[in-house]
Design a protein around this ligand. Structure first.
Ligand code: UDP
Length: 193
């Protein structure tokens, strides 16, 4: 996997299939670890200049994909490398659910109370995934949330908490007993319908 850098932010030169292959290999690895996926956009690259916690998350996540065409173009202009396509969370999530189906244990974290439940139910009905936990994104007791995730041990932790999501995953990586954690923005709302 080749990684380039634009304005201090790394970008992995992967397409959707390679991203799914990567997720599959991380899930297959035994033992406690949490690999973080960030799908980045120009706003995050700019925000990272002024936010050390986000900058660190972007630099230290295990996989970082181009969420939008802005990053695809920036990679081409600034590094000369060609990304075939963007790989946003809105494509990774349904494609992963489709590919792994009932083999995948998923924890949904984020969105307003009730929304993540609907998203989880819909995803379970449509793709047959296993839902191992659900939590809205407006909690006050972070320790309790981390504890619940630790108990559930998901293959995939889906975090839809807007600007907070990637630093939340990065800050808590050592305590998150998920194989893979991914920030998905408003995708939980989309899945909820
Ligand atoms: N969100 C959340 N907790 C927060 C802030 C946001 O759960 O503290 C959720 C929000 O309800 C929505 C999702 O994060 O479901 C995406 O939020 P937003 O539209 O701000 O982010 P974007 O999609 O633009 O990244």
């Amino acid at each position: 996997m080749q990684r380039v850098e634009i304005l201090g932010t790394p970008v992995d030169l992967v397409d959707l299939e390679q991203t799914l292959d990567w997720i599959e290999s991380r899930i297959a690895q035994p033992g406690p670890h949490c690999a973080q996926i960030i799908t980045t956009n120009p706003e995050a690259v700019v925000r990272a200049q002024a936010e050390p916690a986000l900058r660190q998350a972007l630099r230290e996540c295990e996989l970082i994909t181009a969420d939008g065409v802005g990053i695809v173009w920036a990679v081409r202009l600034l590094t000369g490398h060609r990304l075939r396509d963007r790989v946003p969370g809105s494509e990774i999530l349904p494609a992963a659910f489709e590919r792994f189906g009932s083999r995948l244990r998923v924890y949904f974290l984020g969105a307003a109370p009730g929304v993540a439940w609907r998203a989880a139910r819909n995803a379970q009905a449509r793709w047959g995934i296993q839902v191992c936990g659900v939590q809205d994104g407006y909690f006050s007791d972070e320790g309790a949330v981390l504890e619940a995730i630790q108990q559930a041990q998901p293959d995939l932790l889906v975090v839809g908490m807007g600007e907070r999501q990637d630093t939340f995953i990065h800050r808590n990586k050592a305590r998150l007993a998920a194989k893979v954690a991914i920030g998905v923005g408003g995708m939980i709302d989309v899945l909820a319908g």
